[in-house]
Ligand binder design. Structure first.
Ligand SMILES: [Zn+2]
Length: 356
């Protein structure tokens, strides 16, 4: 294993990995920039390219490229290694592959294949599917960043066995399709693999939003939408915005607010909180959660319910209340500026609890 770790590091340039997060400038024989691991205005973060290491004189963190990813993304060693191995096209020696591994890998590739089909169908059905989202202010680029697609109801025809279609959650056990005529949004696990979809009705179908049914790898009370993408931003800010829906996340992302996730069709659970807790585990700063649920009865209830749960694990809690029904409506009325303003005028969670 030692050897393979060295090989991966030899085939990785620490400056390009760090350069994805922060702009580095030459300073003598080193590169210098603002530390991506703590907040600073004057650069005290150095990358020594000859040794392929980093050192921050501000927060004292230092190490190699693997350590950098562990710090930046809050992931375990193995995950950081896997990430770099993939990037460098190096195969990691695996432990003995079990039947469970094979099943999981088939499952993952089937979900990926179906996601691709949905994406192609979206492009082929621009008229109603894309137009709807664009009318709500989402750019085509955002729609594609999130891997959105369109299920036209012909999933039955996908080249997969009935059993497979059932196991990945695109047909019900009675053989009926799950997502007919819906806009699909991939839901990813923490490593970025598709595990399910959220789906919005394009017409007036009820319910408006639908999630994949529970499968071997998807349980909605465990998953925070956008967690895989947002993780590094949450980690560097020690702050997370939790919204109610997919489109809230997408519009925030489009406005440049990246530390944002959504619960999607469920209230905040202990499982969600422990996922955030893991991310904040070794932080010296207070971890802040901003609740930005819908401005309606159920959103208010969900907020009141979530505040004590978050306070009890030691998080600071703030509340953002949209002037309109949700963040998408704020954007529709006041654009990017309105969304930025929403998150600059936060209420204190403790006060919200008192005033209820
Ligand atoms: Zn630092």
């Amino acid at each position: 294993m030692r050897e393979i770790i060295e090989k991966i590091k030899d085939n990785t340039s620490i400056e390009s990995i760090i350069g994805e997060t922060v702009a580095l400038k030459r300073s003598g024989s080193n590169l210098k920039g603002c530390c991506p691991l703590h907040h600073e205005r004057t650069p005290s973060f150095y990358v020594r390219t000859s040794a392929q290491t980093f050192h921050c004189y501000g927060c004292g963190k230092n190490g190699d490229v693997i350590q950098f990813l562990i710090e930046r993304d809050g992931i375990p060693f193995n995950e950081a290694l896997l990430f770099l191995a993939k990037k460098a096209n190096i195969e990691l020696p695996t432990r003995k592959i079990t039947d469970e591994d094979v099943k999981k890998s088939h499952h993952t590739s089937n979900l990926k294949a179906a996601t691709k089909v949905f994406q192609a169908r979206l492009l082929a059905n621009q008229s109603h599917a894309i137009t709807y989202w664009q009318s709500r202010g989402l750019l085509e680029e955002t729609i594609s960043d999130f891997g959105c697609g369109f299920a036209d109801g012909s999933e039955i025809d996908l080249l997969m066995s009935i059993e497979t279609k059932r196991s990945i959650g695109i047909i019900h056990s009675d053989g009926k399709t799950v997502f007919a005529h819906r806009f699909t949004i991939p839901i990813l696990d923490t490593t970025g693999n598709v595990i399910a979809w959220g789906a919005r009705a394009i017409g007036t179908a009820i319910p408006k939003y639908l999630n994949s049914p529970t499968t071997d790898i998807y349980e909605k009370s465990k998953v925070l939408f956008n967690f895989a993408f947002a993780r590094r931003y949450i980690r560097s800010k020690d702050e997370v915005i939790i919204t109610e829906g997919y489109s809230d996340v997408m519009i925030c992302w489009q406005c440049g607010i990246r530390y944002v996730v959504a619960t999607c069709g469920t209230s905040l659970t202990e499982k969600h909180i422990s996922e955030l807790k893991r991310l904040s585990a070794d932080s010296t700063r207070l971890f802040r959660v901003v609740l930005a649920f819908n401005n309606d009865d159920s959103g208010k209830k969900a907020t009141i319910r979530a505040i004590p749960m978050l306070l009890s694990v030691g998080f600071a809690v703030k509340v953002a209340v949209p002037a309109q029904k949700d963040i998408l409506d704020v954007f529709a009325k006041d654009g990017n500026e309105g969304v930025q303003q929403l998150f600059s005028q936060l209420k204190d969670g403790v006060n919200v609890l008192w005033m209820k």
